[in-house]
Design a protein around this ligand. Structure first.
Ligand code: GUN
Length: 293
């Protein structure tokens, strides 16, 4: 039997309806949450992601600005911009789209963002707070994956969650979220990465498998336990001469074959993607609230 599909658009829609009231309350006090996104260079995928973030803010009544800088922008210039945004009271959330060009040290840039405006949850202060379970900004994609599980009625407590990928944006923070002794978490977590060797040895054991390796079709049908839950975080461009743009987006999971084995699965596109964006807006509203308290 084919797996049940988790629709990220429907779940994101639920969250948009919930944040509407918070947004109206802030607006009644004269505060419009504002997100400023900084994009350096002309990476086509980043341009698409940044455009989606800007559009979502506009559609849902948040203020937003996208600052596009040429790929030659120096690290010093970018740090100066971050400092300016840190000190601008009209800006509540700052997101520097990654990756930045190679001559810029991304860690230096992230570390320069005021933790109170770090709606991406990438600053070491927010990472540390997440690790110890304190109030913080949680990176949007793993926060979105947790919401997908909770709102789909998938129990995590006592389950074996296997995460493929240890990235700072997804794999690592998701593992930290899942191992916390909290509702919607309290799982036993295994993190696999490029040094793990035989992935199948671990993925076969997963009750919940989160694929965040950034590689198309890395999870195949023989690697999953029948009836398991699979969340596909991958967004990989693969050549497709039949597609309008000459490529199509695909996840890390061989969806067509894996859906015949898994019990529940999220597709790409239409799975995690919409969740990342709604969580970013939610974090921006949280930042505006905290900064104006
Ligand atoms: N590039 C791809 N995803 C993300 C994200 O969530 N945040 C940032 N800053 N860059 C990204």
């Amino acid at each position: 039997m084919s797996a049940k599909i988790i629709d990220g658009k429907i779940i994101a829609g639920e969250i948009y309806r919930e944040i509407e009231a918070e947004l109206q309350e802030l607006k009644s006090k004269g505060i419009t949450p504002n997100l400023t996104v900084v994009l350096v260079g002309d990476d086509p995928a980043s341009q698409v992601y940044v455009g989606m973030k800007q559009k979502a803010c506009e559609k849902h009544g948040l203020g937003s600005e996208t600052i596009c800088l040429p790929k030659e922008t120096s690290e010093k210039e970018l740090l100066q911009l971050v400092e300016k945004l840190n000190n601008d009271p009209a800006v509540h959330g700052i997101l520097v789209q990654l990756p930045v060009p190679k001559h810029i040290n991304s860690k230096k840039v992230i570390d320069a963002i005021k933790p109170e405006k770090d709606v991406d949850g990438l600053h070491p202060i927010n990472r540390g707070r997440l690790a110890v379970g304190d109030n913080c900004f949680i990176p949007c994609t793993p926060a979105g994956v947790q919401q997908m599980l909770i709102r789909s009625g998938i129990k995590t407590e006592g389950q074996h969650v296997v995460v493929v990928g240890r990235s700072s944006l997804v794999g690592l923070p998701f593992a930290l979220i899942m191992m916390q002794k909290k509702e919607g978490a309290n799982a036993t977590v295994t993190v696999c990465h490029t040094g793990s060797g035989d992935l199948k040895r671990y993925t076969k054991e997963a009750d919940i498998l989160v694929a965040a390796a950034g590689k198309a079709n890395v999870i195949t049908a023989d690697m999953v336990k029948p009836g398991c839950v699979i969340i596909d975080v991958g967004t990989n461009r693969v050549d497709d001469p039949t597609a309008k743009r000459g490529y199509r987006l695909t996840g890390d999971v061989d969806f067509e074959n894996v859906k015949e084995i898994a019990g529940t699965i999220s597709p790409v596109p239409g799975g995690v993607g919409p969740m990342t964006i709604v969580m970013l807006l939610k974090n921006t509203i949280k930042a505006a609230k905290q900064l104006s308290a």
